[in-house]
Design a protein around this ligand. Sequence first.
Ligand code: SF4
Length: 461
Amino acid sequence: MSFQRFFLLSLGCAKNTVDSESMAQLLRQAGYESVAEPEQADLLIVNTCGFIGPAREESVEMLRELAAGKRADQTLIAAGCLSQLWGEALIRQVPGLDGLLGTRRWMDIVEVVERVRGWKGPEPLYHLPDEAATVGQDERGTLRVALQGASAYLKIADGCRRPCAFCTIPRIKGPLVSRPPERILAEARRLADAGVQELILIAQDTTDYGHDLGMKDGLAWLLEQLVQAVPEVPWIRVMYAYPGYVTPRLIEVMAQHEQILPYLDIPLQHAHPAVLRRMRRPANLRWVYDTIARLREAMPGIALRTTFIVGYPGETEAEFQALLDFVEEIQFDRVGVFPYSYEPGTPSARLPGHLPEAVKAERRDRLMALQQQISLRRQQSFVGRRLEVLIEGQGDGLSVGRSYRDAPEVDGLVFIEEELPVGTMVPVRITGAMVYDLVGTVEAVPQARERVQWVETGTTS
Ligand code: SF4
């Protein structure tokens, strides 16, 4: 069976996208050619997501679709988090699978492909070692980045050591493993040379960066290294901060450097201490209030994003009301709301008091409705003001982009009634506001920039 061309479908979060990019790099370096359509490929790979129920269903559905259309000369491999979480169970769900590769050993993709090539079965090939990747040694020289226009996700760590009772990620990914700083800085340098305008730092928990390397305030230290290493990159954005670990040092470093955006994504998950304790999450609300006050004092225009789980087992109407009151009081810029998802094998699955889906949905809608009013008010406060906007698309006399207040894929957009060069940073006067998006006019048309010239060959030093 000859494998020349591969089709790789990446599902789930930006961290999974980085793993997909790295697997594609290794396959290309091994002489395989990537193709855009499954029917053009000899090798079909799905980098699956196993985080919550709906994401798992999507992964199974995509695999079944590819398995159903698979030709006799094609091979189908399921990689990623769902393979790691389910293993054999996934094989039972998707007849026609030829191989499984766990997310912890994404770097073994070429070996797995070579082994599948000669594999005679009868069972599909399993490659699900569960030791956490000894990051650094095992990255096989790949660049742990995912480009998105003039922005790039930069993975700084993998895995998580937190005990959140509803989450499967520690079981999938293993404990936190920080990437060596010299590799992160070398990749940032290459991205800057390629013309990237925004670096988005990602991990399951960015605020835990360096903990396993014996560092204190590792993220603050890494940010300081980054602003020195790539002074020409206008934006550095921090995602996925863990409550309790947004330290005074981190706030100080964020406030000191204009390059580090006054934006923080800090998933709180709830605001009632009893629910937080049942979630095995930090339940010190005093800390939350103080830290948000400190962030807003140090960076008055800071955009705060958070996420909440509603309908957690045992959540009473009073506990939910406390969450509504908290959201009303804090006035976040961006809020994601998720109905509790039953996760077999997690501590929360064994809790009493699981709520009907209808109750969860009703509470999600009530919280979203409240946040939409808050979001609109906050958006309207920008009318008449000037924002730098990174242009990401244009056409039909319009351009679309993001301001510092908007992380890709999860927050809002800024629409400008003019066609502007993609990848440029533009000063925009805001003229209108919607619940999530803004409208504006350009103040100065910038020179077209070279599109990001990204060459993946050559390892980082
Ligand atoms: S910090 Fe995030 S990834 Fe880690 S266990 Fe908690 S919810 Fe899961």
